[in-house]
Design a protein around this ligand. Structure first.
Ligand SMILES: [Zn+2]
Length: 221
């Protein structure tokens, strides 16, 4: 049976999700595409420029983003794959990579992961929440629980075309806290992309915890 699988893989190899080249070693992306991933140039865990996105609003303990988002880059392809193309295993793998990167760059290991939720209608259509899958990958590395302590109760209109203030207004009363978190917890709030920071700011506000860090797969300027 194993021989049959190997033969099948030789005749019908899996393809890179970005460029469609056959994959022989890497699980989801070919090595050429992997080498083109635009990693975000973060500094020290507590002094990242990501923090500026929350300036005057919240003070997250640590801020991490793995990739730099720009239109037309592999980063955009990846976000599209995990958001609209049902590439759930890729999202989990990227979550694993995020945790490993945080480990090797001096970030504190959190004690609980909280994914930014999506509205249940959206989840019904998509079938999954990509932020929860990233958290799942991180949980595999750190062996810590995921707590779905936040719920999205408002099905807000798309944020894409709104500026910072409008986004903030649009998100009012969107999220609620649904369960208690241990007071000594170090929360890591997980999302796929950080744009203006409005979503994560709202979630940080609601959690209102002593130790609450944020981690996103990508960040855009
Ligand atoms: Zn490729």
């Amino acid at each position: 049976m194993k021989l049959l699988n190997t033969l099948c893989e030789l005749i019908f190899p899996k393809l890179c999700l970005i460029c469609n080249e056959p994959l022989y070693e890497a699980p989801k992306l070919c090595l050429a595409c992997e080498s083109k991933l635009p990693y975000y140039p973060f500094n020290l865990p507590g002094k990242s420029s990501l923090r500026n996105k929350f300036w005057g609003i919240n003070n997250p303990t640590e801020c991490f983003a793995m990739l730099q988002f720009a239109q037309g880059t592999i980063c955009q392809d990846i976000l599209h794959l995990i958001k609209y193309n049902n590439q759930q295993a890729l999202a989990i793998e990227l979550g694993r990579e995020m945790a490993l990167k945080m480990n090797s760059n001096g970030f504190t290991k959190p004690t609980v992961l909280i994914p930014v939720p999506i509205h249940k209608k959206k989840k019904q259509i998509r079938g999954y929440n990509q932020a929860a899958l990233l958290a799942k990958g991180m949980a595999l590395v750190w062996n810590i629980p995921i707590q779905n302590a936040l719920k999205r109760i408002k099905h807000a209109t798309s944020q894409t075309s709104l500026n910072r203030e409008k986004r903030w207004e649009n998100l009012k009363d969107t999220y609620i806290l649904t369960s208690k978190i241990a007071s000594e917890a170090h929360i890591l709030l997980v999302d796929d992309v950080l744009t203006t920071g409005a979503t994560l700011s709202h979630c940080l506000d609601i959690l209102n915890y002593q130790k609450c860090s944020i981690a996103t797969l990508a960040v855009s300027d």
